[in-house]
Design a protein around this ligand. Structure first.
Ligand SMILES: *Cc1c(COP(=O)(O)O)cnc(C)c1O
Length: 358
């Protein structure tokens, strides 16, 4: 018996999107970002589908360990590096590449007894002001890293852009300029671009790109959708109608009576709610695909159910298929209706949702 709500993950679309990245930046290596359970898509199956990448990036040690435990032998970068000597030893044993962004991490590497060689990526903070060595500290950090015998020569030089999704924002050019001067003359490959930079800022492509969102077929920009960029959506969040009901004009629907029927209304009750990761913040009017046709959500999202006006869609019955986002209803559009970004929606698909690879 199949579960009512399913996240269907299209592995062919994942490969297609990786090909799009390659076509966009043909002379650049790709660190496919699959942190946070591959943005809610399922980390191990996503990694298997993306095996042709040059490496995988995850945020934390435990994510890398899960990939190794599943038998993946690819190069794996821990984007935040390690935070204790125990983590450092485990990471070295698994041959993880490590981001080095703080003097604490440098000291750990300097004090490490083990002999196996670690590939390091060193991060310079050019204005994101989150992780990374400040510009004035960077030369010292780089020199110290290079003197550590168990660190492979020529660490990869990294920065992260704060505003790359805005093509008109001058901050990106400033950050790239700061990066160029901080790293001028230093040996080592360069990595700057996330998804938005890869597409909008050709100068950021450098030696390694670090795309996440675009691999899942989603646009990193505030308007439009992945399809406009030649991408294919990977996740389709699919469920079913569980009841159909008629309400009279003037009656209200759901908690708080938030929606008042302006006319006699036929309504579909659908198995999806914030308990599944469908955002409670969407407003009435948000599109839901019922039997392949758009219908407006009405009233509040509850934990297990939403209600949709299907008065204009004759013949809707319990058991009919519903798409919440994916093919036909871009998750970018639902995110805008919810006042958030698509990253949050896909990462927030809950445990109750059954994942299915196709
Ligand atoms: C998450 C992350 C990325 C990927 O970002 P997208 O916007 O999903 O492409 C790249 N680099 C770093 C350092 C990250 O943390």
């Amino acid at each position: 018996m199949k579960p009512l709500i399913r996240a269907i993950v299209d592995t062919a679309a994942l490969r297609h999107n990786l090909d799009r990245v390659r076509a966009t930046a043909p002379s650049t290596r790709v660190m496919a970002v699959i942190k946070a359970n591959a943005y809610g898509h399922g980390m191990v199956p996503a990694a298997k589908a993306l095996a042709q990448t040059d490496g995988f990036a995850v945020a934390r040690l435990d994510e890398g360990l899960a990939l190794r435990a599943a038998g993946l032998t690819n190069r794996i970068l821990l984007l935040e590096g390690v935070f204790s000597t125990a983590q450092l030893n485990a990471a070295a044993q698994q041959r993880f590449d490590l981001m080095v962004h703080s003097f604490e991490q440098l000291e750990m590497l300097e004090g490490r007894a083990g002999k196996d060689v670690i590939s390091a990526w060193i991060k310079v903070d050019t204005g994101m002001n989150r992780l990374g060595f400040r510009l004035e500290q960077f030369a010292e950090a780089y020199d110290r890293l290079r003197r550590i015998a168990s660190v492979a020569p020529d660490p990869t030089l990294v920065t992260h852009l704060a505003n790359a999704d805005d093509r008109r924002d001058s901050k990106t050019a400033q950050q790239m300029q700061s990066f160029a001067s901080a790293t001028a003359g230093l040996a080592g490959a360069r990595s700057i671009a996330n998804s938005a930079a890869l597409l909008a800022w050709p100068d950021s492509r450098a030696d390694w790109v670090r795309p996440g969102l675009v691999l899942y077929g989603i646009s990193p920009f505030p308007s439009g959708a992945g399809a406009d960029l030649g991408l294919r959506p990977v996740m389709t969040l699919q469920t079913e109608v569980i009841a159909v009901k008629d309400v009279r004009a003037g009656e209200t629907v759901g908690y708080g009576g938030a929606w008042l029927a302006p006319r006699a209304t036929r309504m579909a009750v659908i198995a999806a709610g914030y308990g599944d990761g469908y955002p409670r913040s969407v407003e009435s009017g948000t599109p839901v695909l019922v039997n392949g046709h758009r219908a407006p959500l009405i009233g509040r999202v509850s934990m297990d159910m939403i209600t949709v006006d299907v008065t204009d869609l004759p013949g809707v019955a319990a058991g009919d298929p519903v798409v919440l986002w994916g093919e036909g209803v871009p998750v970018e559009e639902i995110a805008r209706c919810a006042g958030t970004i698509p990253y949050e929606l896909i990462c927030g698909v809950s445990q109750r949702v059954h994942h299915e690879m196709k």
